[in-house]
Design a protein around this ligand. Structure first.
Ligand SMILES: *Cc1c(COP(=O)(O)O)cnc(C)c1O
Length: 235
């Protein structure tokens, strides 16, 4: 497992370098280690190396892992959520990156209320307007942000995106920039819980450096830490 250790170390260095290139404080960028489909002992290894935040996107797989690992990590949910599964997501996760519709927000809010929790959420925006992708369209983002204000148990911390895949990370830059501009446009309107600290969840293994240059505060990196994922099995 020396790989995970050295992968993390080289990643932390690249994160700091990208931040410094654009005169940002490297501490303002948090790494979400995406452990989806990876065994619990990989997470434990990364934890032992000082990595604190982990991202999962399959509820069943995550649930077993979270229970096995116990207290310690901060867990972020980064996958698609059916509204009827919101209950478990709320109780297991510290932040949900993928709120893209009112119905889901309502379900999260209701379960959070029942267990006396305030749940941190991000609004997922489909900046590339891709048919097959989740997320609210850029032009409908404000409407959704407005609706979320009615939910007392949601802390709307910022925005998240999964941009179109491009071989050259430079070609993804306009999409990252678009997400930042949407956040900048709506921050003064008071839609975000902490206007001086609006989160932008963007950037993955192959394009996180560009995302940091464009303002990412949370990057979601899997393969570059844990290696290639096993293929999807039916569960
Ligand atoms: C899997 C996944 C990632 C991580 O992707 P890598 O290319 O392995 O870094 C990031 N975000 C989301 C939403 C994912 O599903």
């Amino acid at each position: 497992m020396e790989d995970i250790n050295s992968n993390l170390e080289s990643l932390y260095k690249k994160i700091a370098a990208a931040a410094l290139r654009v005169h940002r404080n490297p501490q303002d960028i948090r790494l979400v280690a995406v452990s989806k489909r990876m065994p619990a002992h990989f997470v434990k290894t990364a934890l032992a190396c000082g990595q604190k935040i982990f991202g999962e996107n399959y509820l069943q797989d995550a649930q077993k892992k979270i229970e096995e690992i116990g207290p310690g990590p901060e867990w972020h949910f980064i996958g698609h959520i059916q509204s009827n599964k919101a209950k478990n997501v709320v109780s297991l996760f510290d932040m949900i990156h993928t709120v893209d519709r009112e119905k889901l927000a309502r379900a999260i809010n209701s379960h959070a209320g029942k267990i006396g929790k305030k749940t941190s959420v991000l609004v997922q925006v489909n900046v590339g307007k891709e048919e097959q992708k989740a997320g609210v369209l850029p032009e409908q983002t404000e409407e959704l942000l407005k609706k979320l204000q009615q939910f007392d148990c949601l802390l709307v911390k910022g925005l998240m995106t999964m941009p179109p895949y491009r071989n050259n990370p430079e070609d993804v830059r306009p999409y990252f920039r678009a997400l930042r501009e949407i956040a900048e446009q709506y921050t003064p309107k008071g839609y975000f819980h902490q206007p001086d600290k609006v989160e932008l969840s963007m950037g993955m293994s192959h394009d996180f450096e560009v995302a940091i240059e464009e303002g990412a505060t949370l990057i979601r990196v899997g393969t570059a830490i844990f290696g290639p994922r096993p293929s999807l099995e039916k569960s």
